[in-house]
Design a protein around this ligand. Structure first.
Ligand code: F6P
Length: 370
């Protein structure tokens, strides 16, 4: 059998561990030939690939990023110099040229959708869930999340002493896109006083009150873990309204609502700074912002991520050898399972407002600004 591998979307710690696991087990145990396409779906479309052998797969377990490179390109929207050619068709042609039996796509939510398109057009795929956001539907965990969680937690740990010394409000902005897993996990593990996540829209006055209550009780500093997608109740209502229009309307109305929604989403950039200004005004305390950014995605993967990526990678090859196609290999309740891509694509696993981490935080008196 011949298999191809590609990594797509934002990179994530553990990708190389997964590539190594897929490649080594395919070659060693199943005598398969393995090739890697470079830079995600773009490389597949441009037929840029390398043959992966045991030597190339050695020494990469602990390396961050992806040896194959990645891109955020959406195959069906890719600009390849004005050609009208069907991009998915072109990708399938390239897979066939290399006599591939299966293409393994490692990625987050967007990759699951793109892989399903390929599968529906007739080319067999299997996927693995990776992202630091932990928001892929159908799996209990995605590799990359654990490493990012440790980095964000350490950052929150570290701002404590400076917040305490200066009697300041420290806002630590954590990645996660529109899912609050990272901010919630790091906020809880790092002992944040306020945690703001997209799933629980906030009222800035409620946050200010929580800080004032802390101050009255003798704590002159406060740590706020802010998810990059966190939003106020007002913004959230606006977004909900627009989402409803996008789902129900057609034509120009839908187009306009979609554009307004993207603009609103983009306007969340800079929100943590605006929030800091508002809190300074409302509490009379100084506030400082730390934006963690891509530091959370870089560097050596944690042992947990290496284990997850390795387990899912080797399992993927076993499932492929057993004839499974059109599925994502996932972890559910400690078991390694396959989930049909039709069920995964287009959905996102966000934080349920009654999740055990949320409950635990509330019990400890953490404010969600609600
Ligand atoms: O999906 C992973 C992620 O790191 C998100 O948390 C973040 O919003 C986004 O990628 C950043 O993307 P980019 O690296 O393209 O700026």
């Amino acid at each position: 059998m011949n298999i191809g591998i590609l990594t797509a979307g934002g990179d994530s710690p553990g990708l190389n561990a997964a590539i190594r696991a897929i490649g080594k087990s395919a070659i060693r145990t199943y005598d398969m030939q393995v090739i890697g396409f470079l830079d995600g779906f773009r490389g597949l479309m441009q037929n840029r690939m390398i043959r992966l052998n045991s030597a190339q797969l050695s020494g990469i377990l602990t390396v961050g990023g992806t040896i194959l490179g990645t891109s955020r390109d959406k195959p069906h929207k890719m600009d390849v110099g004005g050609t009208e050619m069907d991009m998915t068709g072109l990708m399938i042609e390239n897979c066939l040229e290399h006599q591939l039996d299966v293409l393994v796509c490692l990625g987050g939510g967007g990759t699951q959708k793109n892989a399903l398109r390929l599968h529906q057009q007739g080319f067999p795929v299997v996927t693995l869930p990776k992202t630091i956001d932990n928001d892929v539907w159908g799996t209990d965990a995605t590799f990359g999340f654990d490493t990012a969680l440790s980095i964000a937690t350490e950052a929150i740990d570290r701002v404590h002493s400076t917040a305490h010394s200066h009697h300041r409000i420290m806002l630590v902005e954590v990645m996660g896109h529109n899912a609050g897993w990272l901010a919630l996990g790091a906020g809880l593990a790092g002992g944040a006083d306020v945690i703001l996540i997209p799933e629980i829209p906030y009222d800035v006055q409620v946050i200010a009150d929580a800080i004032s209550v802390r101050r009255a009780a003798g704590s002159s500093f406060s740590i706020i873990a802010v998810s990059e997608g966190a939003r106020s109740v007002e913004t959230d209502l606006q977004m909900q309204g627009l989402r409803e229009i996008v789902e129900t309307a057609e034509g120009d109305t839908r187009k306009e609502a979609k554009a307004a929604l993207s603009a609103l989403d983009a306007s969340l950039e800079g929100n943590t700074h605006r929030l800091a200004d508002q809190l300074e005004e409302l509490t009379g305390l100084e506030a400082r912002v730390t934006i963690l950014g891509h530091v959370q995605r870089g560097g050596i993967p944690s042992a947990v991520d290496r284990l997850l990526a390795t387990r899912l990678g080797t399992a993927a090859v076993e499932f492929i050898a057993a004839g499974e196609r059109g599925v994502m290999v996932a972890t559910q309740g400690g078991h390694t399972v396959t989930v049909p891509l039709e069920e995964v694509a287009g959905k996102r696993q966000v934080v349920p407002p009654d999740h055990r981490w949320v409950k635990s935080a509330r019990t400890l008196g953490v404010s969600f600004g609600q």
